[in-house]
Design a protein around this ligand. Structure first.
Ligand SMILES: [Zn+2]
Ligand SMILES: [Zn+2]
Length: 145
């Protein structure tokens, strides 16, 4: 699977990837089942689909690990949420509302849009729910001097 845009994954997979990232890049199936209160068989299916994308590996004794690609992708997903939620606070949303609202539509927004918004906001270093990291994509959107 060619990953370029951030819209390839369903919201559930996005949430799983972010969870794995937040937990140091490695979790067990039971951690996901506990965290999201879903049936382990559902988790297994979603994890198998995610493995096919090359974003994670799943081995019997090592658990579920982010690959390098998966790690970069998770960084982007986190940035996407933080850029959009920060943007919403400019329109009168409270921090909590902005977080919730961004989670509703963030998986529909293209990377190009995120990169442009990031550049237009001057590459903010701090979002409302954490630090924002920047990649080459958003810097390429800077107006040429
Ligand atoms: Zn948030
Ligand atoms: Zn940026």
């Amino acid at each position: 699977m060619d990953i370029r845009d951030g819209r390839e994954l369903s919201p559930r997979k996005v949430v799983y990837l972010k969870f794995i990232k937040d937990n140091g890049g490695r979790v067990r199936t039971t951690d996901l089942a506990t965290q999201f209160a879903v049936d382990p068989s559902t988790i297994t299916k979603t994890i198998a689909e995610l493995s096919e994308t090359g974003l994670i590996t799943h081995e019997p004794y090592r658990g579920i690990c982010l690959t390098d690609d998966g790690n970069r992708y998770a960084d982007y997903l986190i940035k996407r949420h933080r850029i959009l939620s920060l943007m919403l606070t400019h329109y009168g949303f409270s921090h909590e509302q902005a977080c919730t609202e961004a989670s509703r539509f963030e998986s529909q927004v293209s990377k190009e849009a995120i990169d442009r918004i990031c550049a237009a906001m001057g590459h903010p270093g701090q979002g409302i729910c954490g630090e924002i990291t920047h990649d080459d994509g958003c810097h390429n959107q800077d107006p040429t001097p």
